[in-house]
Write a protein that binds this ligand. Structure first.
Ligand code: UDP
Length: 475
């Protein structure tokens, strides 16, 4: 514990979406555990999620008011993008968050932090920090690989040279001959919308701010960590995987929203299974599927013959009318599978020795949590930079294989993934020689991840150099 660091006061300002808040709070906990005075700034309705995730850590929360429905056009109580359920609402939500600037600056005036670590979706925070003469650091919760792909696509525009949305192209300059198609880019196909403009500003703020914190560790992606710093010229610190700050069951179970299952019941179910036999299926904090897709997933899981925990974000009615005929009797009541309807304690589940594989939408947090748990993954990307993350798992670290999706969810040409490819992919990551090889590689990476955050490890050391930089500036 570095008491000598007490005088530094760091503000965290996470974007109000679960997938952004959770890694930000993990990161804030890393700072607090190293003796830094840490304050998280958020809006009132996000406070419960944040304080659950903070747990016993020594972190202060300060709230600022979210703009009113009259100002934003959003319904009352919509303070987290996870409750912005349509594309129009998401756009209105993004615009609304710009109005947080004044109250944030007011708080900065009062509290006089030495540094602000603000989410990438607040590009304006760089100017706010400049007003107070303090550094702004960008936290986007991602690793180097997806950020490098995004930066190269943005800079060299290979997508302008293809004739269709599906034609693959190689990402210029990026090491590793990575191919993607226009349908898989994080920006929506419309060039002039609010989101595409925001991504431009995000990119600029990576360069204009003091630097970027990556949720990664050097040994996971050395080529891309070097490329990001040396070729793309970004100043960056890798301080991850931040999820590893959750050490005991209580911390893992309390991370994020309140779970829709009693953690003891969940652990008891897992304890009754063989090591590496359970496949965990979860598509992040936001994705919902139409009934037709849920049905195929159910059939695919059943046919794979593996026990499973499947997280379904769908309604709260007791009835599971979307399940195939007889599924409850054949599978659920026989204890072969567990469906969690709502929020799952993901890290707690992944870290259980019975879990041997993960079907994931490839949000960076989930991908990295899978790495830390040492499990092979079936990649099933939906949108945003998830297609890049999927490539990373399948082609770079080779601990995943795809279920076959090629385009954003909800786009034309994306029919439900059928039972057969789901069954096949699950079997391939769970049993046989290929699964064993992937599992061995995943376990090696998991070991490296743990070493990176321990004293003397690469992330631990990068934290020290960041703090040294900040302290020399603050004096
Ligand atoms: N998560 C969880 N339980 C759930 C769904 C998600 O704990 O039921 C956590 C997950 O562990 C991860 C975060 O929420 O830390 C989701 O972030 P990710 O980048 O994977 O995806 P997003 O939700 O942003 O699409």
């Amino acid at each position: 514990m570095g008491n000598e660091n007490r005088e530094l006061h760091v503000f965290f300002f996470p974007f109000p979406a679960n997938g952004h808040i959770i890694p930000s709070i993990d990161l804030a906990r890393v700072f607090a555990s190293r003796g830094i005075r840490t304050t998280v700034v958020t809006t009132p309705l996000n406070e419960p999620l944040i304080s659950r995730t903070i747990g016993k850590a020594n972190i202060k929360i300060r709230t600022i008011k979210f703009p009113s429905p009259e100002q934003t056009g959003l319904p009352e109580g919509c303070e987290n993008s996870d409750s912005a359920l349509s594309p129009d609402m998401i756009m209105a939500f993004l615009k609304a968050t710009v109005l947080l600037r004044d109250p944030l600056e007011h708080l900065m005036e009062q509290e006089k932090p030495d540094c602000i670590i603000a989410d990438m979706f607040f590009p304006w925070a760089t100017d706010s920090a400049a007003k107070f003469g303090i550094p702004r650091i960008v936290f986007h919760g991602m690793g180097f690989f997806p950020t490098c792909v995004s930066a190269c696509v943005r800079q060299y525009k290979p997508q302008d040279k293809v004739s269709s949305y599906f034609e693959p192209f190689v990402v210029p300059k990026l090491p590793g001959e990575i191919t993607v198609s226009k349908m898989q880019l994080p920006q929506t196909p419309k060039d002039d919308d609010v989101f595409t403009k925001l991504l431009d500003e995000v990119n600029a703020s990576e360069l204009n701010s003091y630097g970027v914190i990556a949720n990664s560790f050097y040994e996971l992606e050395p080529v891309y960590a070097d490329f990001y710093r040396n070729e793309l010229g970004r100043r960056a610190w890798h301080l991850g995987p931040v999820c590893l700050c959750n050490r005991d069951t209580e911390e893992k179970a309390n991370r994020g929203r309140e779970a829709a299952i009693d953690e003891h019941e969940c652990l008891k179910w897992l304890d009754s299974k063989e090591p590496n036999s359970v496949v965990y299926v979860c598509f992040g904090s936001m994705t919902t599927f139409p009934d037709a897709q849920l049905k195929e997933i159910a059939l695919g899981l059943e046919a794979s013959g593996q026990p499973f925990i499947w997280v379904v974000k769908k309604g709260s009615s007791e009835k599971l009318e979307w399940l195939p005929e007889g599924f409850e009797e054949r599978v659920l009541s026989q204890g072969k599978g567990l469906i969690i309807r709502g929020w799952a304690p993901q890290v707690m589940i992944l870290d259980h020795e019975a879990v041997g594989g993960f079907v994931t939408h490839c949000g960076w947090n989930s991908a990295l949590e899978g790495v830390c748990a040492g499990v092979p993954m079936v990649t099933w990307p939906m949108y945003a930079e998830q297609f890049y993350n999927a490539k990373f798992l399948t082609d770079i670290v080779k601990i995943g294989l795809g279920v076959g999706v090629q385009t954003w969810i909800g786009m034309m040409g994306r029919d439900p993934v059928k039972k057969e490819p789901i069954e096949k992919a699950v079997k391939r990551i769970m049993v046989g020689e290929e699964a064993e090889e992937m599992r061995n590689r995943a376990k090696e990476l998991a070991q490296m991840a743990k070493r990176a955050v321990e004293e003397g490890g690469s992330s631990y050391n990068d934290f020290n150099s960041l703090i040294e930089d900040l302290r020399s500036r603050a004096h």
